[in-house]
Design a binder for this molecule. Structure first.
Ligand SMILES: [Zn+2]
Length: 87
């Protein structure tokens, strides 16, 4: 069996989509993750809905995606600060 691949995309300020691909160019599933008023990520996958769990792998992927973007922005700023052409 081929391991599924996932692609995270930001749709809106507090909305993300995680698309699941299994040996095909079109996704076999797309999950929608939103941040609720308490700041928690909510998913619409069966696991999240059934158990009312506060986390699933899709939420973890979105969390990871957000952290990486923050890290990239920090790196960009650090680079700009060290680049004399920006001064
Ligand atoms: Zn999920």
């Amino acid at each position: 069996m081929i391991e599924p691949e996932y692609l995270v995309k930001q749709k809106d300020f507090e909305t993300w989509e995680v698309a699941k691909f299994e040996a095909s160019d079109s996704p076999t599933a797309v999950y929608r993750i939103v941040r609720d008023v308490k700041g928690r990520l909510r998913c619409n996958c069966p696991r999240w809905l059934r158990k009312g769990t506060t986390s699933c792998k899709h939420c973890a992927m979105v969390e990871d995606y957000i952290n990486k973007r923050l890290q990239n922005e920090r790196n960009e700023r650090a680079r700009a600060a060290n680049d004399p052409s920006f001064k």
